[in-house]
Design a protein around this ligand. Sequence first.
Ligand SMILES: [Zn+2]
Length: 334
Amino acid sequence: MKSFPAIDLHLHLDGAVQTATILELAREAGYALPAGTVPELDRFVRVSADCHTLTDFLKTFEIFYPLLKTTNALERISRELVEDLENQGLIYAEVRFAPILNVADPADTAQLRAAVEAVLYGLSSAQQLRTGLILCCYRGFPPDLAEKTIRLALDLNEERPGSICGIDLAGDESRYDASLYAAAFGNLGGKLPVTIHAAEAAPADSARKAIELLGARRIGHGVRIQEDPDLVKVVREKGIALEICLTSNLQTGTVSSLEEHPFAKYLAAGLCVTLNTDDPAISGITLASEWELARRTYGLSLADVQQIARNAARAAFVNEADRTVLEAQLLSNL
Ligand SMILES: [Zn+2]
């Protein structure tokens, strides 16, 4: 394989922060980190090769998260992410973050708006790369905060069409059911497409609820959908796209090995699978390394890669004219 489909649909802004940036943000804020150099800090903010639990995976975020609650930090990490993705040759990326996690007071609408504006401004520095911004609502937080996030997305799009490309629900699906957020997502009224983190840490039914109650057009991960053949059928027939993130699933213990991962099985079954990074800095990966991993593990043919490129274009939260251009670009790269 010479190249790979240069598109990432599942990429968390806060999981893509460079270690050197964390050090600088800490210095500026007078914030104490457990280490003072990049190699030493990497041991705390990147998971080790033997990480296989969600707890260890999430622990890495805690170290630097307080540094990501200013608009300066958000603008900077967004700009640096764009630069990094452009250097890697990506042509389209949908970046996501949860505004309520990146402000001092998540109930303060002005702070939420400022956080999103800062990220949009950082992303707008892109030269070649095209970006979309997905706002994440968060399980475990009160549904009215999801409502605020959704309202903000709709307001921004009314003021400047296309500011926000989609809405996500992240967080602990094993403890906070999709039904808690159904009313909030009902406010979308079909104005923005929805992707939901589901069937990663909870059984297949979590993805079913994401589709039925929250209107998901895409599922983040969806690893455990394989446990329910009926749901696999629904996902295929409705053309629900699956945002697969292999290394992340391995590191969080969602699968115990890549051989156990349903990626290849889903592809063979005609599901709309895509390949993405999730938290590239935390995981110590790039989109290219994930493609290399997938190729090595599953022996993907050129036809498989072309199919995944077409899937990704089909799944992207863009309008139909842009979708056609994107698909042609992705395929011509291969
Ligand atoms: Zn994710």
